[in-house]
Design a binder for this molecule. Structure first.
Ligand SMILES: [Fe+2]
Length: 259
C-alpha cells in the first residue's frame, strides 16, 4: 500500500503585487513545511513557448566543459553558455553526482531562450521572500553578488541529480547580508508528455515526493536550505542521446558570488 502524499501548499498568485501581499503567508508556509508552490505568476503558455524555443534552437555542439562563471571576477563578463555536467564528486562520501546540462542565461545578455520575462518574475518573488528591494540583482550584479539565471536540462535516458541540500548556495545570502536561504524553481516540462518517469523531487517524511506528478509547466516550487531534494533518473529506459534536447527542464535564479 502506498503512503498518502501530502501535497505542498499551493498559492495562486498572478502578479508581483499579489506576491508582495502574500509574503508573510508564504514565509510562514516555507518555515513550517520547507516547501511551497506558486501557480499563476508564470503562465503555462510562457513555459511552453520557452520549451518550443529550446527544442528548436538546441545544439549539442554548444556544450562546453568550461565553467565560465568561475573564470571571471566581474559577473557581467559571464556569457550565455551551455555546460554538460556528468560526474561524481566528494572527499570521502559522495557529495554531489549528476547528469545535467546547465544553460546559463544572465539577464544582461541576449535572451536566447525567451526566458528573461520569467526570470524577472522569479527574481522578484525571491527578493520579496528575502525582504530586499524587488530589483536586487535584477538588472545587474550588486558587487560580486549576482543572479545565476539558468535552465537545467535533465536528459531523457539518464538525467539525474543526487539528493542534497543547497549548502554551497545557501551561504551566499548570508554573505550578501540576507537572512535565510530561499530557492525558487520554475517547472518547465510536463511529466507524461515531455518525459515519462523520474523527475524533480523533495523528501518529506522519508519519501520522495515527485512534484511533477502534480505540477504544470509554469508552476514555481519554493524551498529552503533544509529541504532535501534532487532529480530521480529521467526516463532510464530511453536511449541516452547527448545530441537530443528531450528530457525534463526547470529554471532557477540562485544568488551566486564571483570569487
Ligand atoms: Fe539543489
Amino acid at each position: 500500500m502506498s503512503t498518502q502524499i501530502t501535497l505542498p501548499s499551493l498559492f495562486h498568485l498572478s502578479s508581483e503585487h499579489e506576491v508582495a501581499a502574500s509574503v508573510p503567508e508564504l514565509r510562514a508556509c516555507i518555515e513550517a513545511e520547507d516547501v511551497a508552490m506558486v501557480r499563476g505568476l508564470v503562465p503555462e503558455s510562457a513555459a511552453r513557448s520557452v520549451m518550443d524555443r529550446v527544442h528548436a534552437g538546441f545544439s549539442a555542439s554548444d556544450d562546453t566543459k568550461v565553467d565560465h562563471k568561475c573564470r571571471v571576477s566581474d559577473p557581467r563578463l559571464i556569457p550565455n553558455y551551455q555546460r554538460l555536467m556528468l560526474g561524481e564528486f566528494g572527499d570521502s562520501e559522495t557529495q554531489r553526482s549528476f547528469f545535467v546540462r546547465m544553460m546559463y542565461s544572465p539577464l544582461w545578455n541576449e535572451d536566447r531562450w525567451g526566458m528573461h520575462a520569467s526570470f524577472r518574475k522569479l527574481i522578484a518573488l525571491r527578493n520579496h521572500l528575502y525582504g530586499v528591494e524587488s530589483d536586487f540583482c535584477l538588472d545587474g550584479p550588486h558587487g560580486t553578488t549576482y543572479t545565476l539565471s539558468r535552465l537545467h536540462h535533465y536528459p531523457s535516458g539518464g538525467g539525474f541529480l543526487n539528493s542534497h541540500r543547497d549548502e554551497v548556495a545557501a551561504g551566499v545570502p548570508a554573505a550578501a547580508g540576507l537572512h535565510g536561504y530561499i530557492q525558487v524553481l520554475l517547472v518547465l516540462t510536463e511529466k507524461g508528455t515531455d518525459f515519462h518517469s523520474g523527475g524533480g523531487y523533495f523528501v518529506r517524511d522519508g519519501e520522495r515526493v515527485h512534484y511533477e506528478d502534480f505540477t504544470r509547466p509554469g508552476d514555481i516550487l519554493i524551498y529552503n536550505g533544509r529541504t532535501l531534494h534532487g532529480v530521480s533518473t529521467v526516463d532510464p529506459d530511453a536511449p541516452t542521446d547527448l545530441t537530443s534536447s528531450a528530457g525534463r527542464y526547470s529554471a532557477t535564479v540562485t544568488l551566486y558570488r564571483t570569487r
